[in-house]
Design a protein around this ligand. Sequence first.
Ligand code: PEP
Ligand code: MN
Length: 300
Amino acid sequence: MRESWLERFAEAPDVLIDARRQRTIVPVLDLAVGSDEFVTMAGPCSVESEHQLMATAHRVRSAGARVLRGGAFKPRSSPYSFQGLGVEGLKLLAAARDETGVAIVTEVMSECDVPLVAEYADILQIGSRSMENYSLLEAAARSGRPILLKRGMMATIADLLCSAQVIVSSGNPNVILCERGIRTFETAMRNTFDAAGIALLKQVTHLPVIADPSHAAGHRELVPALARIGIAAGADGLLVEVHPDPDNAWSDGEQSLDFDGFAAMMVDLKPWIALRGARPAEEKLEQLNAAARRLAEALA
Ligand code: PEP
Ligand code: MN
């Protein structure tokens, strides 16, 4: 990438690709996020009940998801909306992990909840509304858990990388970035999915990037198409909302897939994920080119 373009990201030096660091692989239980393995995280927007969560955990696991998502502390646009089950929700998530073997990702909204959420979660999610809460980022970083950092809905790519830099410079290298759509003048969708942002991130940062087609779209009909686009743009994984009965979900039902919809999408995505495996060939080509350049320099 051209120096003049990279200068935009100069305030986030530790997350940029350089000669020493091409790729960060984030270990989560037995998973390696950011490796050649594509990682799908799926589950309800909010944890509602034992039955809802267990049924979802089993179904998303058998459809190919390796991480179960579910909010126990919910940042809602309205103060009158459901705010989450809190610690009860965290306990249900841990029980779902024990029963099915999936890793758990769940949001932490407040600095003082970090120790509690970190006790139950395998990945701490920092929500879009919290991306610039630097004291929360530092506290989450210090927990030592991997962090899923969602892009603020009004944040630039440079802002997102600055927040990642805060986590990395607080001593936690295990950051996974998430593109979940940004606000634009378009209102037909909940947000505008920034696929170019994913492509750009994959060129400038060594951190893994995952795509959240659910919050980007706001409508379940669009989720499979945005998932495909996210994979084609270079995403290392997906974060998808799935609910046993989306029309009666306590939050984000409009954008949630039901079990069959999720399973069908996962089958349809297989060839796209397989194509992504072609990427190492490009990397090998780049290595060959670099070796050829070094040889030419040595001979000159
Ligand atoms: C969520 O993942 O349910 C969520 C609240 O997402 P975001 O922070 O991207 O709005
Ligand atoms: Mn949601």
